[in-house]
Design a protein around this ligand. Structure first.
Ligand code: DC
Length: 218
């Protein structure tokens, strides 16, 4: 099986670009942030069951239909719910707990064992799939990432301010980069791509070229 790891901070375009590339290449797109979000949602809804002890009360369901990843929490479909703004912070907090990361590791590796995958996250190239065939570290300036995230949230009908989204992005960058467990850093053999100011088409084109070259698909 072949695997492509796409890591980077929130809002760099990982999911939009990875989804498009996965469709074009016939790979499975795995959004690992969604798995952390399910755990974050559980923590929000169950403050009386603290993590990591609460992990054995969480059943994270992950299924695909037409290449779209659906998430469930203890049997309830939470695919849309986990995108809420407040879940982002809860997911970031949950993801800093080493036992949570360890708990989710096999799950992520299992998907890559069974399928050709494009997997996006924060530690895919460094921890989850250190032997990935291609590793890309996707980044962009915080203002650019905040603007994209703001537009995405607005288009989902969420009432947020740009300044709030920017402040959250900075805070999450700090949390994700400074935690002890699997901090957000590029793998030593990752190719860094900065998408600041790019259209989606341009970024997809840049990554496609790298991937096709590395996998020898041309
Ligand atoms: O990509 P996202 O915004 O949906 O991720 C939600 C949170 O989960 C983010 O704050 C960082 C964390 N995360 C992680 O620590 N490791 C991953 N592989 C994916 C996400």
């Amino acid at each position: 099986m072949r695997s492509i790891a796409i890591d980077g901070p929130s809002g760099a375009g990982k999911s939009t670009i990875s989804r498009r590339l996965a469709r074009d290449l016939g790979f499975l797109y795995v959004d690992t942030g969604a798995i952390y979000r399910v755990v974050g949602l559980f923590a929000l809804e169950n403050p009386e069951v603290p993590l990591p002890e609460g992990l054995d009360k969480i059943n994270v369901g992950l299924t695909y239909s037409d290449g779209v990843q659906h998430m469930s929490l203890n049997g309830r479909d939470v695919t849309s719910e986990i995108r809420a703004h407040k879940v982002s912070k809860a997911a970031s907090d949950a993801s800093a707990i080493p036992e949570v990361r360890r708990y989710l590791l096999d799950r992520q590796r299992g998907l890559a064992r069974d399928h050709d995958v494009i997997m996006d996250g924060r530690d895919i190239g460094t921890v989850v799939l250190p032997d990935a065939d291609v590793k890309i570290f996707l980044t962009a300036k915080p203002e650019d990432r905040a603007r994209r995230r703001y537009e995405e949230l607005r288009s989902r009908g969420q009432d947020v301010e740009y300044e709030t989204v920017l402040a959250d992005i900075r805070q999450r960058d700090f949390n994700d980069s400074n935690r002890e467990a699997a901090p957000l850093i590029p793998a030593h053999d990752a190719i860094t791509v900065d998408t600041t100011g790019n259209t989606w088409e341009k970024s997809v084109g840049v990554l496609r070229k790298i991937i096709v070259g590395r996998l020898g698909l041309e």
